[in-house]
Design a protein around this ligand. Structure first.
Ligand code: IVH
Length: 701
């Protein structure tokens, strides 16, 4: 599946797609939605906002409606949530925990009411027959199921994928809203509902988390989910979790005749039922309730994202049943995200720990849906340009449950006359290094990896990590502390820590022995293999495999460094040579040359080279000596082996396999139908070998 190709299809109206295109897109949608579901349900860290997610799901539904024969076994429409995460025991739901269909307007709500009327014969035949619904606020929390046996709370589980959830009984037992006993309950009684956090309690939790360096949650839902899914129940106990009951699962006897009656019964059992729940007798009352609750929304102590309407008569619910993952007897009427207008006081650009530059709008503080917001993310350079957001602009901001709101649009008529388009910085606001915009990606990245304070700890951590310099005993905590106290700013400083031995020994939690061990571990790394040295620099996209390719190709640190500096000129031989290394594409090459074009990085490298040495790449053992370090290009089809196998063998013998012919190529092996590369070899005077000659040279002939 090609991501970009499938993504491009998304702009084509569903009616205009061919079946083949629809199949491609359904595959991509299944993968993408599954990834978002995992992030949301298992990691409690959503990757996209709800609006974007809903758009994908609706597109999937529309495609499936037009091409029912293409519905996939792994279709998101057949799934609810994400599979239970490892770490908790599993619980099978005897009655599956399903999801709800959504509507976004009064018209769609009325259409839903009609669909219920059309489904049940007596309602279809008699338009005068009343059809009542119970309306309940839709809290964006985490749905759970509580099992009571003979009145005792026995098992509590998350929804999981709807069929199997996680056993979080011990954690649920810590909630005040969950009774441990329900005298007089049926022998088997499963209550379902929503675990949630109040807005003010959520904000206070985030403040505590901030102080203690804990995880900051994006919204109350994530905080509730993260708090419930703790392996240690004492953590859950310390979190302000609450519970509203609104449904049932397996029950040993009927729960009543109406949903309203059921809710009343839950209350007498000591369960919390949302006090806003209301019986609606007519469609007009339903629409009016939407308006009423919408107006009241910001005043409620918790965030709601809509209203759930449920057919009141339970015998009708039973007959209406389910279609795929949602009941026919209930619907969620979603509210639009809450919006407000305010002024952009300034646009700041923040540098993250990986060097990505993120623009942020400082706003004139304003209340949006009950939360004061003073900042909004502007995502990236393209987003600012697309919306043309400027300092001084009045903008519409929206909060979709999350604390950090989005800037939806500029209000053009309120733009000050003297306003200027925002100019995205070309140098890093933290360290002044050049900013690199990678081709095809919206992100801008600071190239001062080794010097940028925003990235410093991350880079130092990488530098000492096991596959890099592998320095034992220098964990993140120490790096942060040493950096804060001015003992280390860049990698070379690590090798000068020995000059501060006294200071280290005197630090809290350090003693004679631990300090001596650390300094000894550092001394052992004064010389490391070239590929580790390259990897340790943390150049974007240069992982271990690429570092090894580079080490093998350039053999020495001096050779590599010289070539990288030279390769900044795209017309140079060095640039062509870099380009010809098999396995190094244009975007990696761009990151490499950008790193070496940044003077700060060269200073840090000089400094580092003053302290440590890189061992030249050790080619494979003698015997195959004639190929070690040689650059080979294969062209045409080989008779005795595939191109991949030939490449693997050549590399095993210490050769570098390149994709294109340059002056630095040593041999071009020409198979059948060799084309332009053979010609180029002849032009450049590079030795060409037949397949047999190559095999002989490789010791296989
Ligand atoms: S009833 C079979 N009632 O919304 C129907 N769900 O989008 C089961 N939710 O999974 C759901 N408030 O987590 C129902 N009053 C309410 C709800 C509610 C919030 C959540 C619940 C459900 C999701 C579906």
């Amino acid at each position: 599946m090609t991501g970009p190709a499938a993504a491009a299809l998304r702009d084509i109206p569903v009616e205009a797609l061919t079946a083949e295109q629809a199949a491609t897109e359904l595959h991509a949608l299944a993968d993408e939605i599954a990834a978002y579901d995992r992030a949301y349900h298992q990691d409690d860290a959503p990757l996209v906002d709800d609006g974007a997610y809903d758009t994908l799901r609706r597109r999937n539904d529309a495609l499936e409606a037009r091409f029912p024969e293409l519905i996939r076994a792994d279709s998101p429409s057949r799934r609810v949530g994400a599979p239970a995460a490892p770490g908790f025991a599993r619980v099978q739901h005897v009655r599956p925990m399903l999801s709800l269909g959504n509507v976004f307007s009064d018209e769609e709500l009325l259409e839903f009411i009609h669909s219920v009327r059309r489904f049940l014969k007596e309602l279809r035949d008699d338009p005068g027959l009343p059809l009542e619904f119970v309306a309940e606020p839709k809290i964006d929390g985490l749905s759970i199921s509580l099992r009571y046996e003979d009145g005792r709370f026995t098992v509590g589980a998350t929804r999981g994928d709807g069929f199997t959830g996680e056993n979080v009984t011990a954690n649920l037992q810590t909630l005040d809203d969950i009774p441990k006993r329900i005298p007089g309950a049926p022998a088997v009684f499963e209550v379902r509902g929503e675990v949630y956090m109040r807005r003010a309690e959520f904000l206070a939790l985030n403040e505590r988390q901030q102080e203690t360096g804990g995880k900051i949650f994006a919204n109350p839902r994530n905080a509730a989910a993260g708090s419930l899914r703790q392996l240690d129940p004492t953590i859950t106990a310390s979190r302000p979790l609450r519970f509203f009951a609104y449904a049932w699962g397996e029950v040993s006897e009927p729960v009543g005749e109406t949903h309203q009656g059921f809710l009343g019964r839950l209350q007498t059992m000591g369960l919390q039922v949302n006090p806003e729940a209301r019986l609606c007798r007519t469609p007009d009352e339903m629409v009016a309730f939407c308006r009423e609750l919408g107006d009241k929304r910001a005043l409620l102590p918790y965030d709601i994202d809509g209203i759930v309407f449920k057919v009141n008569r339970l015998d009708w619910q039973e007959r209406l049943g389910f279609v795929s993952r949602a009941p026919r007897w209930a619907i969620a009427r979603k509210f639009p995200a809450e919006r407000a207008r305010t002024r952009v006081n300034a646009i700041r650009v923040q540098v993250g720990r990986t060097g990505i530059l993120t623009p942020v709008a400082d706003l004139e503080p304003i209340t949006v849906g009950g939360v004061v917001v003073a900042r909004a993310t502007l995502h990236n350079e393209d987003e600012i340009a697309r919306k043309d957001v400027r300092e001084g602009d009045t903008v519409v901001v929206q909060r979709a449950g999350d604390v950090i709101p989005q800037v939806v649009a500029v209000v053009p008529e309120l733009r000050p006359a003297a306003s200027q388009p925002f100019v995205f910085p070309r140098t890093c606001p933290e360290c002044g290094s050049a900013v690199l915009r990678e081709p095809g990606v919206a992100a801008n990245r600071c190239t001062g990896g080794l010097v940028c304070p925003a990235q410093a700890v991350e880079r130092l951590k990488h530098f000492v990590s096991r596959d890099a310099f592998d320095i034992d005993g220098l964990g993140e905590r120490h790096l942060v502390a040493f950096r804060r106290d001015g003992l280390i700013a860049n990698p070379a400083d690590i090798f000068r820590l020995k000059d501060h031995a006294e200071a280290i020994r005197g630090r809290e939690r350090w003693g004679e022995r631990s300090a001596a061990n650390l300094l000894a571990a550092i001394e052992q790394r004064r010389k490391v293999p070239l590929e580790r040295f390259i990897y340790a620099l943390g150049i974007p996209q240069v992982g271990q495999a690429t570092a090894r390719l580079l080490a093998r190709h350039y053999r020495s640190l001096a050779g590599w460094r010289g070539a990288m500096v030279e390769a900044a000129d795209p017309a140079s031989d060095a640039a062509r040579d870099l380009d010809a290394i098999d396995g190094i594409g244009p975007s990696v090459a761009a990151d490499l040359t950008a790193f070496f074009a940044e003077p700060h990085n060269l200073q840090v490298l000089d400094d580092l080279q003053g302290e440590v040495a890189a061992e030249d790449f050790a080619g494979p053992a003698a015997g195959a000596g004639s190929l070690a370090g040689k650059t080979i290009v294969f062209t045409g089809s080989l008779a005795q082996m595939t191109r991949s196998e030939a490449k693997a063998r050549a590399e095993a013998l210490g050769a570098n396999v390149a994709a294109s012919v340059s002056r630095r190529t040593d041999f071009v092996v020409t198979g059948a139908d060799a084309g332009s590369k053979a010609k180029k070899a002849a032009e450049l005077g590079v030795t060409t070998l037949t397949e047999e000659e190559w095999l002989a040279l490789a010791g296989e002939g």
